[in-house]
Design a binder for this molecule. Structure first.
Ligand code: FES
Length: 107
């Protein structure tokens, strides 16, 4: 499975991830810049905020109340449609490829 992280400067990181890995975890493990994951994936920090690229929006899991709340306090502005917490997006058979834009700041 592939996760693509697009950065504001035009650079992108293409990361191979196994099932069960989250968009946050894969970024942290591979040193992708701009994704922090301070709370370790518990939907309690919002430093794993990403903007999901349009073509993958239909594949995403439902948003929990915790995620919904954390997205209200992201450092970069929330996008009504594309903003998600990277830690809540796990690679599965239905979501085996995804591309996201990394926000300008997480803190
Ligand atoms: Fe903290 Fe996602 S890692 S909310």
């Amino acid at each position: 499975s592939m996760i693509t992280y697009h950065h504001e400067n035009g650079h992108s990181d293409l990361i191979r991830a196994v099932a069960g890995t989250s968009v946050m975890r894969a970024a942290v493990i591979n040193g992708v810049e701009g994704i922090i994951g301070e709370c370790g994936g518990q939907a309690m920090c919002a430093t794993c905020h990403v903007y999901v690229r349009e073509e993958f929006l239909d594949l995403l899991p439902e948003m929990s109340d915790d995620e919904e709340e954390m997205l209200e306090i992201t450092a970069s502005p929330r996008d009504a449609v594309r903003s998600r917490l990277g830690c809540q997006l796990k690679i599965t058979t239905s979501l085996n490829e995804i591309a996201v834009d990394v926000p300008p700041t997480q803190v």
